[in-house]
Design a protein around this ligand. Sequence first.
Ligand code: F0G
Length: 482
Amino acid sequence: MAVKFYKSENQVPLEMHKVRMVQKLNLLPVDERLRAMQEAGNNTFLLNNRDVYMDMLTDSGVNAMSDLQFAAMMRADDAYAGTETFTRVKAAIKEVFGCDNVLPAHQGRACENILAEAYCAPGKVALMNFHFTTTKAHATRCGATVEELVDPAGLIPQSDNPFKGNYNLENLRNRIDEIGSENVAYVRVEAGTNLIGGQPVSLENMLAVTDICHEKGVRSVLDASLLQDNIYFMKTREARCKYMELKEIYHLLADHFDIIYFSARKLSFAKGGIICSKDPKFTREMQVYIPLYEGFLTYGGIDVRTMEAMAQGLYESLDMEYISQGPLFIDYLAKELDAYGVPVILPPGGLGCHLNAGAFVPDLPHNQYPAAAVGCALYIISGVRGMERGTVSEQREPDGTERYAELELQRLAVPRRVFTLSQIKYVADRVKWLWDNRNLIGGLEWTEEPDVLRFFFGRMKEIGYWQEELVAKFKQDFGDSL
Ligand code: F0G
């Protein structure tokens, strides 16, 4: 919750938790950061974490756990079948979502694999407000095609639209009619829409989507991985949610969606993944794939201690003081940068602060990968690692031509309950310096380009020597400072 300050430069997000365990961080000298970036093939995924000062690659699996989560882990019940731990996971899912039917899987993309195996096939179309990398890869691997129906207003980098993840409902209705209900694998709503900047979907829009699905007889699926941030925005931006209990919102969604799944690396501050439903029909259709790909139905490839942490974390996702921490820090960082003129996605969403690389380096062509270039530059000058969410994260078209991303973003994820405000201020400071020196940022080209999910393991090199010039300017301005 935002606590008002008496005398402060502007509103400060106050932590409602304290740190009781610490991890030492390294901030390498700038020359070593340059070397580390180049050795990593200019791909932030390939950096070693020991070379990273602030790991803002993702909010996934790197959230700080609470004392109660650690305590819960101690009572884990090790059993292949029928572990008491799974009973506690089911009780937590029942409390949060009101669902009785629960399938465990080792993480979010494993749930997507199960969904794809069960419902995607050649000739089927999976409709989404927006794709997520692994979601799309699984659906297409099973032969389906993926179509996105986010309202185009959501793709405008800066606006005052509070729910940029919303579906365009008219297009959804029309596309289902054109495709034919029987050919729709499922209609998927991604809460806190990842690739467009962690942008939320309104409760009204979600319910309207499920109404259309019921009317047309197609399955509705909620990707709830980023639902906790999304619910924070429903509470603070949507009038009808203002006085609703968080639990009421979670339950209402579960009443309307056929299937809910999530990555517990995000929702619940833990690890693992869950598929759940009020209707046993759907879990029955999918359950056969769990022992095949994941593990027995009562652990699904998740370690029992992790399942205990997940169960406790689910209860914590009902606590506004916990779920507001990420969005408030992101809001702080985004507004700090915006005030300086740095192009960021506005309004700020969940997950992280997103730099609009397309506007950061407008003269750098798409085929020199502006979002990746901004990310490399930022690491070199700060030790902060973000993640490219632009053209590199797309897949080439089947004919080999490049598919340019709708938005070229460099994402600075804010893992929940991890960073302090002084660290966030450091990020803001270094991004401002980079903005003032943006003319030094140059392009990248591939040296190794894998066919699938190239952003994970592809390697690139700088075009020319702009990175060395950036380091020289850094030294000129910062002297001996790290
Ligand atoms: N759905 C959404 C909306 C996600 O953001 C992610 C992961 C997944 C599904 C897959 O879950 O990682 O547990 O397999 N997003 C991470 C990220 C990887 O960094 O944005 P997972």
